[in-house]
Design a protein around this ligand. Structure first.
Ligand SMILES: Nc1ncnc2c1ncn2[C@@H]1O[C@H](COP(=O)(O)OP(=O)(O)OP(=O)(O)O)[C@@H](O)[C@H]1O
Length: 143
């Protein structure tokens, strides 16, 4: 499997609990290098645009309210098989169903406040990276 890039968000619940460093350590220990990162306060428009695929879902309003409730850390992670590796590290969407040792099992409280986001496919990763990072903010391969 080739080196890939994926998009990650450390969500407001984990930022508020000072879990950024602990979560980033999980990425680094798994061979995912952080190649871009910035702390943002999302506007309603930006959060709704990011989660547009869920617009018709009952939880959409609560999701946007949560994602705008405090700062988030948006990141680009790079490594072998980065998209699947990050999804494995994150664990299931609902922390109650997340495997032991995953980020959501260890840091998340509920399906609404679940600590992290990670792209689920190459096309999502490309779209999500471009949504938050301009070409000039992205360095070429680090290693
Ligand atoms: N049934 C639900 N009830 C409440 N919130 C939900 C539900 N399903 C999803 N969500 C919220 O919407 C987010 C996006 O849902 P999605 O199905 O894309 O999950 P995911 O890919 O595991 O999570 P993310 O996109 O944040 O990485 C979830 O992370 C969760 O916070």
């Amino acid at each position: 499997m080739a080196v890939q890039r994926t998009f990650s968000i450390i969500k407001p619940d984990a930022v508020a609990k000072n879990q950024i460093g602990a979560i980033q350590s999980r990425f680094e220990q798994a061979g995912l290098n952080i190649v871009a990162a910035k702390m943002l306060q999302l506007s309603e428009q930006v959060a709704a645009g990011f989660y547009a695929e869920h617009k018709e879902r009952g939880f959409f309003k609560d999701l946007v309210a949560f994602m705008t409730s405090g700062p988030v850390l948006v990141q680009v992670l790079e490594g072998e098989n980065a998209i699947a590796r990050n999804r494995e590290l994150m664990g299931a969407t609902n922390p109650k169903e997340a495997a032991a040792g995953t980020i959501r099992a260890d840091f998340a409280q509920s399906i609404d406040e679940n600590a992290v986001h990670g792209s689920d496919s190459e096309s999502s990763a490309a779209r999500e990276i471009a949504y938050f990072f301009s070409a000039t903010e992205l360095c070429p391969r680090l290693r």
